[in-house]
Design a protein. Structure first.
Length: 466
């Protein structure tokens, strides 16, 4: 528990209406979307700006109080969990789009801006922010940056890291810095901007971000391709790229993922035959409809080599929205059915068939069912391991061994542990699968340089609990 004196100092910084110690509020900010974990902080603070955050971190640093930045709590790796209690630093009041620079194709935002709100705001000006996580309707830009979020269109446009030009960051000692410059090129010293991207709130608290934008494409085509064999669907992914086509999205859903989602979400009408084992959702975009039609025809000629059924082309915006709703609702549908663990594997896309096959074999070995889907175009496969009627003992002892084997398989296929969810709390004990002792010691030394007293989001990323 924090002393009354410390609580008063914190209240003096944020104001009494923005400090909370009641159990209900603490519990609310003590969980995200990671399984069923709840780690309430001792106190929840809602600062209004970088200066208040600076003063909070100075106090936390002086008294060595664990401090966890808390965003929209849509994460799946436990990155926002206050596992050592202390201060829960909610960023929700920093929620403004500060400037849309139409001349330079840039936007400056605070961290609590919702991804979809940003996308819609720049779209009204004929601009495009491509990063589109499945939770884009609720996740925040600050969390996207902290986890280097991806999404369906990463296959063509890249992930969050490809759009961050400059960041205002409060360091653990309370100092406030800008990490870079608002330029497209920058070879001036160490790249602190990219060091912060994906650092999961362990090196600093992001209070402003300058993001790159693109001109908005005028047209897109979307198709849903049913496969009789899930491995063939994975094989088709690489074949599409080898044919010279780069889709704007290429999503994989195995049979159970679609079945569960159709039961969970109303208003989606898609005919799934019993013999369909997987689907690819494929989008191409651009400014010239004739070119897109030629690309769609080329894709069709490729996937026809892999035993497919009739392809569904989305003819209207309503049909496109329904298909995207189907894909983006998979995680919610799985969660509504059972407690589950979601692993975020990623491999070179040509290795996807081996990864999918290996995951199913490991599941059979350790007695668990998995539902797989994800961003197949960039080799990112989400593996939802279902608890169902499994005993708690089996869930807690055997499943983690199976997960380690999944990660070992992933690394053996030249992949790694996470493509977009981050490591956080739940994957940290598997980091030795991907990294040597020297690798981990180097990362830990970087953490100590930024955060000598280890107050900022401690207990994340590193197996030894740093």
């Amino acid at each position: 528990m924090l002393s009354p004196e410390i609580l008063q100092k914190l209240a003096d910084v944020v104001g009494q209406p923005f400090i909370f110690t009641d159990q209900e509020t603490r519990n609310h900010y003590g969980h995200d979307e990671t399984e069923d974990y709840v780690f309430p902080p001792n106190v929840v603070l809602k600062p209004a700006n970088a200066q208040e955050i600076s003063e909070i971190l100075k106090i936390a640093n002086e008294y060595k109080i664990p401090t966890t930045p808390i965003g929209a709590r849509t994460g799946l790796s436990g990155g926002a969990l206050s596992i050592y209690e202390g201060i829960g630093l909610s960023m929700e009041r920093l929620d403004k789009i500060l400037e849309i620079d139409e001349q330079n194709l840039q936007v400056t935002v605070e961290p609590a801006v919702i991804n979809q709100i940003l996308r819609e705001a720049v779209s009204e000006k004929g601009l495009f922010y491509p990063v589109d996580p499945s939770s884009m309707g609720s996740c925040w830009i600050g969390g996207n940056i902290a986890e280097n979020a991806g999404g369906a269109r990463a296959v063509k446009y890249g992930t969050t890291k490809d759009y961050v030009l400059n960041l205002e960051v409060v360091l653990p000692n309370g100092n406030v810095i800008w990490t870079g410059a608002n330029t497209l090129k920058n070879s001036t010293g160490y790249n602190l901007t990219q060091l912060m991207v994906g650092s999961e709130g362990t090196l600093g608290v992001i209070t402003k971000a300058v993001l790159k934008l693109l001109p908005k494409n005028a047209h897109n085509l979307l198709m849903l391709v049913p496969f009789y064999n899930a491995a063939h669907a994975c094989e088709a992914v690489s074949a599409i790229f080898r044919a010279g086509i780069v889709p704007s999205a290429l999503e994989f859903m195995e049979r159970d993922a679609i079945d569960w989602t159709l039961q969970y979400v109303e208003g989606i009408s898609v005919t799934i035959k019993p013999e369909h084992q997987a689907h690819l959702l494929i989008e191409v975009d651009g400014n010239y409809p004739d070119v897109l039609m030629l690309e769609a025809e080329k894709i069709l000629s490729v996937v026809e080599q892999f035993e497919i059924d009739e392809v569904l082309f989305a003819d209207t915006e309503d049909q496109k929205n329904a298909l995207w709703k189907l894909r983006r609702s998979v995680a919610e549908a799985v969660k509504s059915n059972s407690v589950y663990k979601e692993e975020d594997t990623v491999v070179p896309r040509y290795m996807l068939p081996e990864l999918l096959s290996g995951i199913k074999k490991i599941g059979a070995k350790y007695g668990f069912k998995s539902v797989c889907y994800g961003h197949a175009g960039d080799g990112n496969l989400h593996v939802n391991i279902i608890k169902g009627d499994m005993t708690d003992d089996h869930w807690q002892t055997q499943v983690p061994i199976g997960i380690r084997e999944i990660f070992e398989l992933t690394v053996s296929l030249k992949g790694t542990l996470s493509g977009e969810h981050g490591i956080g709390f739940v994957q940290k004990n598997y980091m030795d699968v991907a990294f040597s002792k020297s690798h981990l010691e180097l990362m830990e030394s970087i953490k100590r340089v930024f955060d000598h007293n280890n107050i900022l989001n401690p207990g994340k990323i590193f197996p030894d609990g740093l």
